[in-house]
Each structure stands twice: as structure tokens, then as C-alpha cells.
Design a protein around this ligand. Sequence first.
Ligand code: FE
Length: 197
Amino acid sequence: MTQAPKDLTPDTIVEFLASIFERRGGEEYLGEPVTMGEHMLQGATIAEQNGQPDEIIVGALLHDIGHFTSEFGTFSMDDTEDRHHEDAGAEVLEQFFPTVVTDCCKYHVAAKRYLCATKPSYFERLSEASVHSLNLQGGPMSAEEVAEFEQNPNLKHIIAVRYLDEAGKIAGMETPDFRHFAPRVQRMVDAHCGRSA
Ligand code: FE
């Protein structure tokens, strides 16, 4: 297990994220025809190509970063195997990114459960692996859960990133690497942490 740096700062977080993509981006995204790195880069690239705002591009880029929790010193031997990667990711992001980005990560699984409950056509977009995990994640939301979820002020962004999550599973799609997005990510960190560029 890599010893995780526990002293990340606004000066080091982006380089650290870049290194995760470079060292671990090639890891398998279970059941999908793309690696973890390709998956997140594809979502961000599609968002960028469609002229989406920074929050959605960066949200898509980082939404699954919680799969690499062991990198951040938040991993514990007490973790059970089904530790929620969306919560782990949000925990890491929240000190450096605005809530809208953190929410895109934190609620990307909930968004799948939400869309399955509210948009019958959405289910057909899901990959086989995503249908499988949906069941483990509690299946479609109940009406009560839907009503509560809709209270989130970042709902639109969360849903947009969820669609990019589905879209970013294309075998062989070419994308730029993390370095392409790094300046955009750094600007967001600087703005959130109250630093001028
Ligand atoms: Fe994902």
C-alpha cells in the first residue's frame, strides 16, 4: 500500500491528482471496456467538447477518485469491501473544491438511483456492470428518496455528471491526459481556497 500524503495543500493537490492518474489510471474499471483513468478522462473530455461549465468538467474528471482512497490516507484496515467510493472521494475533495464539485462526486451513485426511478429511458443507458452495482446500491430510489434528492441545490450538475459517467465508457476513445485539465483544476482550487492565480 502506498503511504498516503496526509498534508496535501492547494499547492500540491493538483499534482497529486495528476500522479494518481498517471500511476493508477490504467487500473481496470471492473466490468467496463475502459480503464479507470480513461473513464474519468472521457467524461471530462465529452463535457469540454460540449461546452459545459468548469464545475461539470472537473466533476466528471474526479467523480470516481474515491476508488483510489488508499492514496489519501483515508483508507483504514477496518474498511469493509463495500465501502462507498463516492463518500470517500467527496471527503478528499471537499477541502479543495467547491461544494458543487464535491456533490457531483458524493451523489453520483445516488443520481443513478434517482434517474432509474424518474426516467424510465435512463435504465437502458446503463452498462451491464452498472446495472449489477445498482442492485447492490439499493436499486431505484423510493418516492420519498426522490423528493429529498430533488432538494439538493446542485441537482442539475449532479445529473449532468451522472450522464457523463454513463457516456465515458467508450472502448478506444482518444482523450487528452490529466495534464490538459490540470490548469482548469488548479484555477478552481485557487478560487475555492481564496488564492489569486
Ligand atoms: Fe464512474
